[in-house]
Design a protein around this ligand. Structure first.
Ligand SMILES: *Cc1c(COP(=O)(O)O)cnc(C)c1O
Length: 406
């Protein structure tokens, strides 16, 4: 689906509402974060997105919905996740490093927070099926997990190339009862899986909820997914206040793929003096290149060629090779509330080994990007407190690292 085919709503006005939106509150009418966001979808999906917006607003204002979600997050996912001091690595880097341990959640990352929220909302809307896209397979596994828990049918679109590269996750999804469908168009990777999932959703929208895996897509997804991930930031804010005698860290950092784990932790600190730093892979630095465009339902920064065609991102971490970034991050960058850095695969491999060796924690390669930036910026950060969102555990990455390091 090209941007033109998707673009059925007016483009948001440039600069409008820019400052007020840096607070990570509700988006402006039309789902806008400054000049970014919106609802650029094929006409048949407009009512579905509008209905989802209405239903999410009503659920999010309903204490019973929130209580049920909180119960699931506690008893099924294992929240709250702790904040861990890193005495050894802190000393080595000359700063105070705190980790928000999303790696300790059920299924091994922050993704469970979002899928439990969306599955609960889907059930409230009377939907019996979930459809999802997945790149490396982690969001597919998380969605299949939630579908199993809720007794829902689950269909996951995955690029045919990714299915070969991530055979273990394909098996996990099938074990959880999901149907995995190969996306055979284009580069046969994540962006093609998203297109096919959107196409499928158009045909079955009455029975099916589209469970998007990050803070991207048409309104209300970027906002809704951020709200479902806000629990990470809200918890960390309280935990840091306790550790730092009421204070907040000087810097809050997270890896950015689509941007959901970063949005979740940033939301807890956007109203403090903390610097917010998102870290992208050098081969997928959508914000670093600062080219605005429309893809997969919203206006944001993305990697594209001179004709506006979406480029394929590349990264050592399959979970970060999405060519775009969520529209709220584009806005946070545009108004200067957050900054975005990029690191090379080599720096990431070093950071991955460093955390394992010094603290006994094998991190996912995605969040090793954030640590790679901290290690590189240690002079700038000397003597300050840095909170890093450790978005996932690295079990999934050890085979790849073994091939690389041995
Ligand atoms: C999927 C994933 C990411 C990237 O997704 P965001 O939406 O940017 O958070 C980061 N870390 C882990 C562990 C992941 O599984």
């Amino acid at each position: 689906m090209t941007a033109e085919e998707q673009a059925t709503t007016a483009e948001p006005a440039r600069g409008e509402n820019a400052m007020e939106q840096a607070t990570m509150a509700e988006p402006a009418p039309g789902g806008r974060f400054g000049q970014f966001g919106g609802m650029f979808v094929p006409e048949p999906l407009v009512p579905a997105c509008q209905e989802l917006d209405r239903q999410f607003c009503s659920a999010w204002a309903d204490p019973a919905f929130k209580a049920e979600l909180d119960g699931l997050l506690a008893d099924y996912a294992g929240r709250p996740s702790p904040v861990t001091e890193c005495p050894n690595l802190s000393e080595e880097l000359g700063l105070r490093l705190l980790l928000k341990r999303e790696d300790l959640n059920h299924t091994g990352s922050h993704k469970i927070n979002n899928v439990l929220g969306q599955a609960l909302l889907a059930r409230r809307m009377g939907k019996t099926r979930l459809v999802a896209e997945t790149g490396a397979g982690q969001h597919g596994v998380a969605t299949a997990t939630a579908a199993a828990l809720f007794g829902m049918e689950c269909i996951v679109y995955m690029g045919a190339v990714d299915m070969e590269r991530q055979a273990l996750n394909v098996f996990r999804m099938r074990l959880l009862g999901a149907e995995v469908r190969a996306a055979e168009t284009g580069s046969r990777t994540l962006k093609d899986a998203i297109n096919e999932a959107l196409r499928h959703w158009v045909a079955v929208v009455d029975s099916t909820h589209y469970c998007i895996g990050s803070v991207m897509g048409p309104h209300p997804y970027p906002w809704m997914v951020r709200e479902f991930q806000r629990v990470v930031g809200d918890e960390a804010r309280r935990q840091c206040a306790e550790i730092l005698s009421g204070g907040a860290p000087d810097t809050v950092t997270a890896a950015v793929g689509g941007g959901s784990n970063a949005a979740g932790i940033f939301a807890g600190f956007v109203d403090t003096g903390a610097a917010l730093v998102g870290v992208e892979p050098a081969g997928g630095a959508a914000i670093g290149r600062s080219v605005p465009g429309i893809v997969h339902g919203s206006r944001s920064y993305l990697m594209q060629d001179e004709w506006g065609q979406v480029l394929e991102a590349s990264s050592i971490s399959a979970g970060l090779d999405y060519p775009g970034v969520g529209p709220e991050h584009a806005h946070l960058a545009a108004v200067g509330r957050a900054r975005y850095e990029s690191v090379t695969d080599e720096e990431v491999v070093d950071a991955f080994g460093l955390l394992a060796r010094t603290e006994g924690i094998i991190a996912a390669l995605e969040c090793a990007h954030a640590l790679a930036w901290v290690a590189r910026a240690r002079r700038e950060l000397a003597g300050t407190t840095v909170l890093l969102n450790l978005s996932g555990r690295g079990d999934k990455d050890v085979a790849q690292m073994m091939d690389l390091l041995e």
